[in-house]
Design a protein around this ligand. Structure first.
Ligand code: SD4
Length: 340
């Protein structure tokens, strides 16, 4: 295990500042609080925090977090993300509130805010999940504009490069892995043009009233098979919220998360009395132990927040980080401890 490094990022809005308090994972940070995956979580938290700060609801805050990151065309989430191997961006997202209400969309094309469509599914249909063409029709019928479907400049470049070999070799976010012989498998934290190499944003929040909610939004694994859906829109895999216990979301290789019902598993470990960090560690251990040899080639990272406002995280590999914002923690980015 490495020692944890943390540093401060200035937010786009002003917050009370005493961020050098001795914060550590599992510290009770109090409420309200919002936690997002990755260092690009600063963008998501900037969307969520004004709502929480004004005493608003966690469900509204996490939707705003999703909208903020989906608006960021330079980030590999939303329509700016990498396409599938047919050259089309397909989006997955879900949202869950403090009363087990949840909504989800998958394989959704040309809609800018899948997180808001997921919320509409949750609030206006008797269903939890809509996919593909049906999800798109539902979005348009509810006033979401149909976008052009043109790739962002960064995604065009990445897709052209991928087409040179067109190898089906999905590799997810193992940022600090040393490039081996095959440099195409190397995924640095930032791409050459400065854009972030993360395609998933998960956000969990606890509001001033003590209620939890979460969301997860993604363009999924870059150059995936057409129709492939990962963990991010699957309730229990990419996100789970139980207001009596805690909220969990994650990023990484979706297939590994789905087979363990990852986020639900972390919630259940917390229900048994484990701290958020230990609960995340136990879920990662289970994922790694399924096939230790394969585990060195993929990343999965969980973040967890319990109803007391304690935070924890854990990942398979080095390189997973997360962003925390509360009244006393001004957009701090923490490196998660890792298993391997
Ligand atoms: C997926 N979990 O589609 C997503 C990918 C991811 O950072 O998290 N990338 O499997």
């Amino acid at each position: 295990m490495k020692s944890r490094r943390s540093f401060l990022r200035l937010s786009t809005f002003s917050l009370p500042f005493f961020s050098f308090a001795d914060f550590s994972e599992n510290h009770i940070a109090g409420k309200p609080i919002v936690v997002s995956t990755w260092d690009s979580g600063t963008i998501a938290n900037s969307g969520a925090w004004p709502i929480l700060q004004q005493g608003g609801k966690a469900i509204d805050a996490v939707e705003k977090a999703g909208i903020a990151i989906e608006n960021n065309i330079n980030c590999c989430v939303g329509l700016g993300g990498n396409p599938d191997r047919d050259g089309r961006v397909t989006l997955d997202s879900c949202i869950m509130d403090d009363r087990f209400n949840c909504g989800s969309v998958a394989f959704l094309e040309r809609i800018k805010h899948p997180v808001s469509v997921a919320r509409k599914v949750m609030e206006t249909t008797p269903h939890v999940m809509l996919v593909g063409e049906g999800a798109q029709k539902f979005a348009v019928a509810n006033g979401f504009p149909l976008e052009s479907g043109k790739l962002s400049a960064g995604a065009q470049k990445a897709y052209r490069k991928w087409l040179e070999k067109s190898e089906y070799k999905p590799v997810i976010n193992i940022e600090n892995q040393k490039p081996g012989k095959d440099k195409s498998a190397f995924a640095p934290n930032k791409l050459d043009d400065g854009t972030l190499n993360h395609d998933t944003m998960g956000t969990i929040a606890l509001d001033a009233a003590g209620n939890l909610s979460g969301m997860c939004t993604t363009s999924g694994m870059g150059f995936k098979m057409r129709g492939r859906v990962g963990d991010s829109p699957i309730i229990g895999a990419g996100l789970y919220v139980d207001n009596e216990v805690g909220a969990v979301t994650c990023s990484g290789q979706g297939e590994e998360v789905i087979r363990m019902c990852g986020s639900h598993l972390v919630v259940e470990f917390m229900r048994q009395g484990l701290s958020p960090k230990e609960a995340c560690r136990r879920a990662i251990e289970r994922i790694v132990n399924r096939d230790r040899a394969r585990a060195k080639d993929f990343q999965v990272g969980f973040i967890a927040l319990n109803r007391k406002g304690e935070i924890g995280a854990f990942s398979v590999q080095k390189g997973f980080n997360y962003t925390v914002t509360s009244a006393s923690i001004n957009q701090k980015i923490y490196d998660a401890e890792h298993f391997l």
